[in-house]
Structures are given as C-alpha cells and as structure tokens.
Design a protein around this ligand. Structure first.
Ligand SMILES: *Cc1c(COP(=O)(O)O)cnc(C)c1O
Length: 417
C-alpha cells in the first residue's frame, strides 16, 4: 500500500518547512558585519568622498568585473536602476521598442518604460526563458534592443540570441538579477552581450538588502552608464563635480551605490562560489533520485554546467495537476512556488493598462501604430506558467532536507501523476 498523503490525514514527510530562501543573505556573518562597522567607524558612507575613505564601492566594482570577466563594472542602487542605466548608456528611450520575455519580474518591463521605451513581449520556451525562435517575429523598424532574462539561475540561449541581434543590428542587455554566478558555455551571464545587469536585493543570489550593478567590456557604455547614474558626472576621470564641456555630458539621475552597500556586496561576492556549489550539489542529489519518476517532467536547463541550482522546477501536463501536486506537496511541508502567480508579466495591471505616472501616457503615445497588450497574447507562455512550480534550494539545505524532498516528491507523484 502506498502511504497516505498528509493532506488526507497521513504523516507528513517532514515536520518543518524547508530552510528559507535568500542564498546569500542567510550566510551573513562577521565578514559583512566587520565591513559595515569599518565604514561606519570611518564616518564615510558616501562613495566619492568623506573624512576617511574605505573605497568599498570601488573595491566591489573591481572585484565583480574581475569575477565576471568584463573590463568594467558600475555599482548602482538596484537591479531596476541597473536596467535603466544600461538602456540609457545605449541611448535607448523615446520611440524605441525593446523585446522582453513574456515571463519575468515586473522590473524588467518597468525599467524599459521608465527609460522612455516600450516593451514588446516574446514567448518563452520550456526553459522558462525567452524562446529565441520567437524573437525575429517581434522585430520591426522601431526595435532597438533585446533583454533576455536569465530566470531563476537558468541561462538563456545566448549564442542564438546574439546571432539574431547581430543580424538585425540590435543591442542586447542581459537581465541577470536572478542569476548572478550562472554561466552559459563556460562564461558568466552578463558578460555575453553589450551590458549585463544585476540586483543585490534580498531575494537574489548575493545581497546587500538593496543594490545593483552593470558590467560591460565597452568603455563608452561604461562612461555613459557612470554619467547617467551620477548627474552626468564622470568623477573617475574628471574628479569631484568635474564637468567637461564635452558632448558626452548628459542630464542624469542619482543611482549611486553607497559605501555600506559596497562593503556588504564585496563580502557576499567572496561567498558566491560556495553558495552556488552547495546548491548545485544538493540539486544533483535530488534530481538523480527523481529523474525517473513516472509522469514527472522538468524545466529545460539550457546549460546544465552553468545552472546555479537554486531551484528545482517541475512541469506538469495541466494546470489542475500542478495545483493538486503543489497542494499535496505543501501538506508534506515541502513548499513549491509558482513564478509570479503563474501570470505573464504583461498581465500586471500597470503594464496591461499601460498606466504610467505621466498624464499624457508617455511613452506609449510615441507610436503611430499603438503597442497594445492583452490576455492571450503569448498563449504558450500563459499555459506553461500555469503548469510549472519550483522548490527553492538554498545554501543551507542539508542532505536530510534533500532526502525529504525526494521522498515527498515520490510520495505525491504516486498519488497524483
Ligand atoms: C529582482 C529583479 C529585478 C529588479 O531588481 P531590484 O534590485 O529589486 O530592483 C529585475 N529583473 C529581475 C528578473 C528580477 O528578478
């Protein structure tokens, strides 16, 4: 006899939930603490000047660029601002269209709109990332850029995407907010296109609570990014409040990274390899045990050697089976999540109804033929999102936790698949 499911009154596989998320955040220790204390003791939390500088933001940028294998890195205030800065560094804005995957966090689409451009959404594939085959059909004369999003530690098919971009003379910005340390064909994501964007928000691979970074090999992109993020200034070469009478001086924002953020981020970066190898090891333990479970299918991983291993993502034949599977698994105290409530990003009301803070409807009013969004626009994406769920694997998973996940999935599969 198969064992009774916990939701039917049986004994749950485990008594407590799995260890929480926050791969980097849960590894905060004396390193981060001492780095912050150092900045505070010096009374110098601003990155460009102070009574006794520790130059932590600069040190983080240097270390991050070196790690990712790019020439330049600029620290910023968030993943969202990293995307805005990247778009602006490439001169993208009013009257431009940017191709995004139909499934991503709202920030990807929001940053495009804030930058003055308009997102168009391409279907994803079984990797839950943008489907390269869907990109060319979305390109028109206004298209300037593609933003592939490496979702949940799985790299996009960057070779295909870069080829399409080259053919159509489009820029590419990688959104790596969820995939710091992920690799594609041996190289870190973010280093494979014009500009790579990262977030240091709490829920990401490494974190300072908030923060972000852009990386690039192109010195011009770097300079423009630095200027846009600091009111047009490029202090590195021009000094404090330096303002050359140059064509390159532009009106900008303030997206500067604080020294406190830099201090924490630098210590977190040192832990990145440890975090990823721990998660990859646990994921392999689990996957080896469940790969032959009848009826169970997984999200396609575009480069298994580059997967960060922070989620185990399953795909079911129907939304209904997904719901039942997840509910039963939850009863065993193994919680599985669904990306963004199982909805395409354009279903978020502010995107769907194109509501911006501008009373004239900017930037959606910039086109003769209006860009519109509607339910059913990307049917494959909408269907797949309802049929997937994933379990977070974190740096703190023990082998016992992994065993429980295996036992739980096998048990629930016997009843439901
Ligand atoms: C988190 C996230 C962002 C935004 O990062 P913030 O630091 O929260 O602004 C952008 N894109 C994706 C895919 C994200 O997951």
């Amino acid at each position: 006899m198969t064992e009774k499911l916990a939701i039917d009154g049986g004994k749950p596989v485990r008594e407590k939930s799995l260890p929480g998320e926050y791969p980097g955040g849960m590894l905060y220790g004396k390193e981060e603490l001492n780095a912050v204390i150092d900045v505070m003791k010096r009374k110098s939390p601003f990155r460009y000047y102070g009574p006794d500088m520790a130059w932590k933001a600069k040190a983080f940028e240097k270390a991050f660029a070196a790690k990712m294998g790019t020439k330049h890195c600029l620290g910023v205030t968030s993943g969202t601002s990293s995307l805005v800065v990247a778009l602006k560094a490439l001169g993208i804005g009013s009257g431009d269209k940017v191709i995004l995957p139909a499934s991503t966090f709202i920030a990807t689409a929001g940053a495009v709109i804030v930058a003055g451009a308009v997102p168009v959404f391409a279907e994803i594939d079984e990797s839950l990332n943008i489907n390269p085959d869907a990109i060319e059909g979305m390109i028109d004369k206004d298209t300037r850029c593609i933003i592939p999003v490496h979702l949940l530690g799985n790299p996009c098919k960057m070779d295909r995407i870069m080829k399409i971009a080259k053919k159509h003379k489009l820029h590419v910005i990688e959104d790596c907010a969820q995939s710091c340390g992920c690799k594609y064909q041996g190289k870190y994501v973010g280093s494979l296109s014009d500009i790579g964007c990262f977030s240091l928000q709490m829920n990401k691979m490494i974190t300072a609570g908030e923060g972000g970074a852009v990386i690039t090999d192109n010195p011009k992109h770097y300079e423009m990014a630095a200027r846009y993020h600091d009111h047009g200034m490029f202090r590195e070469s021009e000094g404090f409040l330096g303002m050359k009478e140059a064509d390159s001086v532009i009106v900008g924002e303030n997206y500067r990274m604080s020294e406190l953020t830099g201090a924490i981020a630098l210590e977190q970066l040192k832990k990145l390899d440890r975090i990823i190898s721990a998660m990859r090891k646990i994921k392999k333990l689990i996957k080896d045990e469940i790969k032959d479970v009848r009826g169970l299918a997984f999200r396609k991983i575009n480069d298994p050697d580059g997967d960060t291993g922070n989620v185990l993502c399953m795909i079911f034949p129907s939304a209904e089976i997904n719901l039942r599977f997840r509910k039963a698994l939850g009863g065993e105290h193994i919680n599985a999540a669904v990306s963004y409530g199982g909805e395409a990003v354009y279903m978020m009301p502010q995107i769907l109804h194109q509501r911006t803070a501008d009373r004239n409807g900017f930037p959606f009013n910039q086109f003769k033929k209006k860009v519109t969004y509607k339910k059913g626009m990307c049917p494959f994406t909408e269907d797949l999102l309802k049929r997937h769920c994933y379990i977070h694997i974190t740096s703190r998973f023990t082998e016992k936790d992994a065993e429980d996940v295996v036992t739980g999935i096998k048990k629930v599969a016997e009843h439901i698949l």
